[in-house]
Design a protein around this ligand. Structure first.
Ligand code: 13P
Ligand code: ZN
Length: 280
């Protein structure tokens, strides 16, 4: 039986009020662990990787390896390029077969963001792949807070119409790199944004968001939730223990990661959403 299309799963999540977990992975151990958790929870999954990680580990073989892991997974699992700010990285990821790409022009003036994102959306669609864009700006640790800009409904509407993106990252109060409980979401902003955008929304910086708030956000138009910091923190805590060998340390790290990923999957309502008919 065939794998469901990623676009169908995102549309289903959007319709039904839950979100597809998009987990940042740096390296094979983390990728394996995250896939195992998704399989155990019967959740669809997006493994997402930044251009910096691909550059460090080797684009060709790392991307091919992750795609292979996704194709063999017992749940629908897909590979996404996260936060590409250079066109060349989007082109490379598409050539190498990534299922979805994000072009992040949110640091640039709106007109430039639109023009560059539109070109990347056209390219991704020629490859029959999905594309994510960002309007407004979700800040990150180390950036001046003033750089963060909430997304307005007018901006969301105009950006999606002008660029043709399939899914839209919006700034609604989160920041990248927050600890659990530290983050907030302006829930009241979501329904108007979803309506104006006309496409499903993405929540970045979800590590710090409470489970109840995350669940509420997925009921108001968030159909993809990005989680990185909480997973990396768990891995590092587990790895730097007293275990003498690398293998034992990796095992301990995976043990710390599992409950964190499972908790996020449950919080976004993705548990048991993997459709029947996925190869096992
Ligand atoms: P956190 O690292 O804050 O969870 O954000 C993840 C993210 O948005 C990746 O694009
Ligand atoms: Zn992000």
């Amino acid at each position: 039986m065939s794998r469901p299309q990623l676009g169908e799963i995102l549309a289903q999540a959007d319709r039904e009020g839950w979100a597809v977990p998009a987990v940042n992975v740096e390296g094979c151990e983390l990728a394996h662990t995250v896939i195992e958790v998704a399989e155990g929870a019967r959740s669809p999954l997006l493994l997402q990787v930044t251009p910096a990680t691909f550059a460090a580990l080797g684009w060709q073989w790392h991307l091919a390896h992750l795609l292979d892991l996704c194709r063999r997974a017992r749940v629908p699992a897909y590979l996404h390029l996260d936060h590409a700010t250079a066109e060349a990285d989007v082109e490379l990821a598409l050539d190498l077969g990534a299922d979805m790409v994000m072009f992040d022009g949110s640091m640039h003036p709106l007109e430039e963001n639109i023009a560059r994102t539109r070109a990347m959306a056209e390219l991704a669609h020629r490859h029959r792949r999905l594309v994510e864009g960002e309007v407004g700006h979700v800040g990150r640790q180390g950036e001046p807070p003033a750089w963060s800009r909430l997304t307005s409904p007018d901006e969301a509407r105009g950006f999606v119409r002008a660029t043709g993106v399939d899914i839209l990252a919006v700034a609604v109060g989160t920041r990248h790199g927050q600890s659990p409980g530290e983050g907030g979401v302006r829930l009241e902003a979501l329904a108007p944004l979803r309506q104006a955008a006309g496409v499903p929304l993405v929540l970045h910086g979800a590590s710090g968001v409470d489970a109840a708030v995350l669940r509420a956000a997925t009921r108001q138009g968030i159909a993809k939730v990005n989680v990185g910091t909480a997973v990396r923190a768990a891995f590092l805590e587990g790895f730097s223990t007293e275990h003498p060998t690398i293998r034992e340390r990796l095992k301990a790290a995976a043990g710390r990661v599992r409950p964190v990923v499972l908790e996020r999957i449950e919080a976004m309502g993705a548990k048991d959403r993997a459709r029947e008919g996925v190869p096992s």
